[in-house]
Design a protein around this ligand. Sequence first.
Ligand SMILES: Cc1cc2nc3c(=O)[nH]c(=O)nc-3n(C[C@H](O)[C@H](O)[C@H](O)COP(=O)(O)O)c2cc1C
Length: 303
Amino acid sequence: MSSVKFGKLDFASPILVASGTYGYGHETKSMVDVNGIGGIITKSVTLHPREGNPPPRIAETSSGMLNSIGLANVGVNEYCKSKLPYLNELNTKVIINIAGTAVDDYVETLKILESAGGNHVGYEVNISCPNVKEGGMSFGVSAKMTESLTSELRKCTSKLLIMKLSPNVTSIEDIAVGAENGGADALSAINTLVGMGIDIKTRKMKINTTFGGLSGPAIKPIALANVHKVFRAVKIPIIGLGGISCVEDIIEFILAGADLVQIGTLNYREPGISIRLAEELDLYCRDNNLTSISDLKGLAEYR
Ligand SMILES: Cc1cc2nc3c(=O)[nH]c(=O)nc-3n(C[C@H](O)[C@H](O)[C@H](O)COP(=O)(O)O)c2cc1C
């Protein structure tokens, strides 16, 4: 298995499953040996439970999907009671994705998770949510807001702190630097892109909220460009994601500057894809005399 160093941690496989696309890990346990996955990033949890947006909140597109789940989740207290015990028993690395609408929400959520004492190795912070106190602008579009949120969260945990970047910004480099300056250990790039679909028979929007997040193979070149921009802007490690569907995609992300990768949308087609691709990645390393896939980090050459 191609194990990979990531900060202070060793990941048995560089392929993790992305937040919101693998539930809390137990949904697939009858189909997949979840301990074979490099890591599970659980779906965003917020301070209070959320119903999410009304349906339809998912629509298929060519080479991807639109979603507007609206952060439906059980809330952090119920998460600690009913989800953490199962996650604590896993032999794979668990990273808890948190979301909020104000700095205090994020901080409170993190503190509750810290005091629950789980075996999780870290947190991924979804900063694509609106900041209520700043009038609805998302944290992820402002370098200043990203830096101050990161530094507040940094004070609350010594576990891995990963800020998840949105591509829906003018300069992803500025946001990445804000997170690095705030004390983030690592960055994930990217979250979904804004998209829309119309049913031409009914002339209605395919998604109840009109706009949704586009994910899947359609976004891969955009994700790759964003990962490379981030790689050129910061020194901290990067988890690349967006549209990964095959081993060649993973190698491209590593060459662009990623240390680890996540698979999201493709889990819906094949829940065991991250395990199959880890095996294929091992074969690639063996065939190309690499001790680890990390040997290729950032090696893409300019013409
Ligand atoms: C149905 C669905 C739900 C998602 N929910 C979350 C979420 O709760 N938190 C989050 O940070 N990202 C969420 N995402 C974004 C993914 O984690 C990922 O960033 C994005 O889908 C791009 O990767 P992919 O193209 O491999 O799916 C969700 C994506 C999908 C498709």
